[in-house]
Design a protein around this ligand. Structure first.
Ligand SMILES: [Zn+2]
Length: 335
C-alpha cells in the first residue's frame, strides 16, 4: 500500500493525476502515446463507465475514496482503496524495476488494464515500462471461455487424475500461445497418444553399434527456427514427432539411436516435457468404495480384527469411516 500511495502521489505532483472528491484520477490526455498497445486512438475510445467527478470521461481511477462498509486504507486523499490497475505497476516497479523485459497476460487484459499500467508507470518513472508484451489466447470450453463465473471450470488436478503432465503440456503447447486453446476430450486423448509416442521413442531400448542412426543437428535447427518464430510451439512439437518417428525407424533397422534419443530428450526438456514413463494416477474413490464394502462383509461374518485393520489403514491415508444405521459412510479427512 505505501508503494501504491507513493506512485499516485508522484503522478499528482507531476500533473498527470488529480484529486477530486476523495478520488484520484489519471489524466489520459496528458499521456500522448496512450492507446499504443491496443492500437486505439484516444478520440475513438468510449469513456470508462465510472461514477465520480472527472475532468474528462476517459480518465481512469488511481485511488477511490472509501464507501461505507468497504475495506479502506489511509491516504493523503482520505480513506480509500487503490484503483484496479495501480497495484500491478507498484509490484513491478518495486520488485523488478522501471523497465520489464517481458510482461505477460491474457488477451482480455490488453485494454484497458495493460494500457493503463503503461500510462501510470511511464508517467511516474519517465522510463520505458515494458520491452515485449506477450498476450495469450483464452482457454475455451467449446464456444465459451472457461471461467469460474461460468461454472465450467476444469481444474488442473482433475485433468491430472486422468492424464499425465506431459500429455497436458502437449495439449497446451499444441496451440500457438496467441490463439485460443479449446478444451476437448478428443484433444486431450490426442495429446496422450502423442506423449506415449515420444516416451516410446526416447525410452525404448537402445542399440549400440551399426550406423549413426538419426543425427540430432538438423532437428535441433528446425526446432530452434520454430521457437524463434514467436514461440511457434505447434511447429516445434511437430519436429519432436518427426524425430521420434526417425528414431523408431532407425531402431527397427538395427542402428544406434543414442544421438537421436539424446536430442529428443534435450529438445523436449526445452518445452518442459519430462518424457518419463509411468501411468497417470487412477482416481482413488472406486478403490476406497471396494475396501469399505469388503470391511462391511468382514464385519457381517464377524471377522472384526480384519475389518478393524482395513479401517485403521484407511485412517492412515486420510479416509475417515463412519458406521451409521444405513451403512458405512466415508469421507476424506481434512489434513
Ligand atoms: Zn495486472
Amino acid at each position: 500500500m505505501p508503494h501504491i500511495i507513493a506512485i499516485v502521489q508522484g503522478l499528482v505532483n507531476k500533473g498527470f493525476a488529480y484529486e477530486s472528491e476523495g478520488d484520484v484520477y489519471f489524466r489520459v490526455r496528458r499521456f500522448p502515446t496512450y492507446g499504443r498497445l491496443s492500437k486505439r486512438s484516444v478520440d475513438d475510445m468510449s469513456p470508462f463507465a465510472e461514477e465520480g467527478a472527472k475532468e474528462d470521461a476517459l480518465d481512469f481511477t488511481l485511488w477511490k475514496g472509501a464507501k461505507p462498509m468497504e475495506p479502506s486504507w489511509e491516504s493523503p486523499w482520505g480513506p480509500g482503496r487503490p484503483g484496479w490497475h495501480i497495484e500491478c505497476s507498484a509490484m513491478s516497479l518495486n520488485y523488478i524495476g522501471e523497465t520489464l523485459d517481458i510482461h505477460g497476460g491474457g488477451q482480455d487484459l490488453v485494454f484497458p488494464h495493460h494500457e493503463n499500467e503503461i500510462a501510470q508507470s511511464e508517467c511516474f518513472t519517465g522510463a520505458l515500462f515494458v520491452r515485449y508484451w506477450l498476450h495469450n489466447g483464452m482457454l475455451q470450453m467449446g464456444q465459451e471461455k472457461m471461467s469460474k463465473s461460468l461454472g465450467n471450470l476444469l481444474t488442473v488436478p482433475e485433468v491430472l487424475d486422468r492424464y499425465s503432465a506431459d500429455a497436458m503440456r502437449i495439449f497446451v503447447l499444441g496451440s500457438h500461445y496467441r490463439s485460443p486453446l479449446t478444451y476437448s476430450l478428443d484433444a486431450l486423448e490426442a495429446a496422450r497418444r502423442g506423449a506415449e509416442r515420444l516416451v516410446g521413442a526416447a525410452r525404448g531400448g537402445a542399440r549400440v553399434g551399426r550406423g549413426r542412426g538419426v543425427p540430432g543437428d538438423p532437428f535441433r535447427q528446425r526446432f530452434m527456427n520454430a521457437m524463434d518464430d514467436d514461440f511457434n510451439t505447434p511447429q516445434a512439437l511437430a519436429v519432436l514427432f518427426d524425430l521420434a518417428r526417425d528414431i523408431n525407424r532407425t531402431r527397427d533397422e538395427g542402428q544406434d539411436t543414442e544421438e537421436g534419443r539424446g536430442t529428443l530428450l534435450e529438445l523436449s526438456g526445452v518445452m518442459g516435457l519430462t518424457l518419463e514413463e509411468g501411468r497417470p494416477s487412477l482416481p482413488a474413490e472406486p478403490f476406497i468404495e471396494a475396501l469399505v464394502h469388503l470391511r462391511q462383509d468382514l464385519r457381517e461374518s464377524k471377522q472384526f480384527s480384519l475389518a478393524d485393520q482395513i479401517r485403521s489403514r484407511l485412517t492412515d491415508i486420510g479416509v475417515a469411516l463412519e458406521d451409521t444405521p444405513q451403512g458405512t459412510e466415508w469421507r476424506y479427512r481434512r489434513q
